[in-house]
Design a protein around this ligand. Sequence first.
Ligand code: ZN
Length: 142
Amino acid sequence: MSAPRPSPVKSLFDKPFWEFAAAGELRLQRCADCATFRYPPAPCCPACVGERAEWVALSGRGRIASWTVFHRQYLPEMPAPYPVVSVETEEGPLLIGNLVGAGIQDVRIGAAVELVFEPVTFGSEPGNLPQWRLSDVGKAEA
Ligand SMILES: [Zn+2]
């Protein structure tokens, strides 16, 4: 099932991100000269000012670096409250997303998470929204 969502603004620099996501891949722009990730994507590297870039696939694994609870309902299909997490990916960049399949009581700083793509409809265009789910459910008490 495909949930309707507001369309992301696909600028010149982040259009590839959404195209890779639609194909089921999480890729981020990385400097081809010094390997610094550029997130959000940019025309040049913040570390070396190099203009060459490549789109690198991420593992889809990370840990919760921070989180919050949205108490306001923005979309009809997403009743509040629900957790929103900042995930430090294995490769380093922080990505913000929903934590699916878990309640507020399940969120812990440092908890291992893995990427899950939520099929969505951006306007009339199908796509995938990168989200996160706990990957160590049941292991915390062990
Ligand atoms: Zn660079």
